[in-house]
Design a protein. Sequence first.
Length: 263
Amino acid sequence: MLIDGKKIAEEIKEELKSQIKKSGKKLKLAIVQVGENDVSKKFIERKIKFAEEIGVATKLYNLPVEILTEELREKISEICCEKNNGVILQLPLPEHIDTQRALDSILASKDVDVLSSNKNKILPPLVGVIKTIFEKYGIDPVGKNIIVIGRGILVGKPIANWLISEGATVSVLNSKTPNPNDYTLMADIIISGAGKPGLIKPDMVKGGVIAIDAATSIKEGKLAGDFDPAVADKASLFTPVPGGVGPLTVAMLFKNLVELNKY
């Protein structure tokens, strides 16, 4: 079964639109982009469109690719002090920037992506996506053999940490893992965020696997995920790219914005 992320995101969108209208609050999201990136550009466009549809204002800050880490931190601190209810730093950043140090300049009260080391009470958007999918389809992670592919700060790390906190048994694979097929063929659930188009082939998974593709790359000018689309024929649940996790992630980001500004 294909998971229709667009449909679920639309349901969340209508809920948020209603909540914002009832609250009477004028919310504003600041989006900070350093340099140019095709995938990032598409995600930013989605965020701005979603914001417009639920009644949230946005402001895009385009910063030069040569900006240094400390300069970026200063700029983000200034943006946090402006009349913005939430601040996101679009990843990836240029290699010369210390990404975590830059993210840590975002105030916890405005960190809707939950990527800084500053603690708040909301879930990172991608964790919120996994939680929503599990709840909607009645998936209990406890007792399942779960594989998370990739250990990045956007996907692998926060999802693995959350699954462990929920009592699940989790293995995290990366590019150095020997014989990854030995793990994937035994997995009940595979959540991938490696960013390698077509990485997981049908012969690498067992029948009935739950395949959640949390990666987005560009392949031949089109968005592509880590799972070969043919994996859908073997999976009991499958998130396509595009149209699966992507729209839901945007919805969760704005759900976080509303949650942080409830009081």
